[in-house]
Design a protein around this ligand. Structure first.
Ligand code: OFO
Length: 172
């Protein structure tokens, strides 16, 4: 029997993944407007990946006999002061998603739904990787700096990360 509490929290997870996808899309647009094309590619890929995460939970809810609900679209920030702020906000968003995933795991354990607990392991691993990824990008920004050619090199680093992500995640 699929717990209704778990179904509700999984639907909440759908809304968080969807919000992350929208936020990264908005960041891609901001980067593109600033002519940071490498960073824009990275955030477009990141947005696609979050949509895939959203769909995976969405389909799982229905597969389990629950009802997956399409989250309402709330506006996301469109303006940022710098690429550093964009990355800081990304890390913040990932941390919010991570706490929700951990809360879901606790709930699945509480109701003894070990299948869902197993399903959630993908998200546990994914969130750890994404927090490390954004933490590393922030370290690179600190190291390279944003003055002079710094921004150019940061953009190149993000372009390389985008190519890697598109390849490993099978994104278009
Ligand atoms: Fe969905 O992986 Fe981040 O948020």
């Amino acid at each position: 029997m699929f717990s209704s509490k778990l179904e509700e929290q999984l639907n909440h997870q759908v809304s968080l993944e969807s919000k992350a996808s929208a936020l990264y899309l908005s960041m891609a647009s901001w980067c593109e407007k600033k002519r940071l094309n490498g960073a824009a590619s990275f955030y477009y890929a990141q947005s696609d990946e979050e949509r895939q995460h959203m769909l995976k939970v969405f389909k799982y809810i229905n597969e389990m006999g629950g009802h997956a609900k399409v989250p309402s679209v709330n506006p996301v920030e469109a303006e940022f002061s710098s690429i550093k702020e964009v990355v800081e906000r990304s890390l913040e968003s990932e941390k919010t998603v991570t706490s929700s995933v951990h809360h879901l795991c606790e709930l699945a354990r509480e109701v003894q739904d070990f299948g869902t607990l197993n399903f959630l392991q993908f998200y546990v691993v994914e969130q750890r990787e994404e927090e490390v990824l954004f933490g590393n990008i922030l370290d690179r920004i600190e190291l390279i700096g944003m003055e002079g050619q710094g921004l150019y090199y940061i953009d190149k680093e993000l372009e390389a990360l985008a190519k890697q992500k598109i390849k490993t995640e099978g994104l278009a």
